[in-house]
Ligand binder design. Sequence first.
Ligand SMILES: C[S@@+](CC[C@H](N)C(=O)[O-])C[C@H]1O[C@@H](n2cnc3c(N)ncnc32)[C@H](O)[C@@H]1O
Length: 203
Amino acid sequence: MSTLDGPDEIETLFSVEDELFDLVYPPWIRELSARHWTPVVIARKAAEFLVAEPGTRVLDIGCGPGKFCMVGALATAGHFTGVEQRKHLASLALDTIKQEQIPNAEIIHTNVTAIDFSAYGAYYLFNPFEENLFKMGRIDSSLELSMEMYNQYTRHVAGELARVPLGTRVATYCGLCDEIPAGYKCEESHFDDALKFWRKTKE
Ligand SMILES: C[S@@+](CC[C@H](N)C(=O)[O-])C[C@H]1O[C@@H](n2cnc3c(N)ncnc32)[C@H](O)[C@@H]1O
């Protein structure tokens, strides 16, 4: 298990900077932020790793209300796409990106299984599927969640990441990292191992 699985530990990385950033969101999204959305300090650090060169296309797998995409797009010269299965979160992310006029961020409302991974050069995951494993602390009750779905989505992403080119960068924040297939090396970790930087080094 990650060293930051408990809500109390995750919340220690949530700062005044997050309280300010989260003002772009309605109160119900702010209330979920400390547990479910990437803290600004983590998003900035991960984005700097993922955007190896200007224009790198980064996919946030399970983007929620788009916080990682927006921070990454504002902090780097990359292009950030978030995919989100919950329609209300995808719509909010889209509206917020439009409202803040962030040209290098976009949102796709669909399941990650419908995404063409070859359109992206780097990938970010903050615990997208672990909600399926725990009854406590879910985002909401709008979806059927199960261990089978955890296994299905995790296997799907691992299969896609196994096919991308050598040298591809992936960042994971918290979680079990079951989506990272063999052939990837964890090259750096930060924030007590909560944030991991991976690179594909072998086929
Ligand atoms: C822990 S939140 C992270 C949000 C965002 N990446 C961030 O860092 O702020 C995980 C998100 O993944 C979404 N998600 C889970 N399974 C998904 C799937 N199969 N396809 C698309 N989105 C998914 C959830 O609805 C949730 O909004």
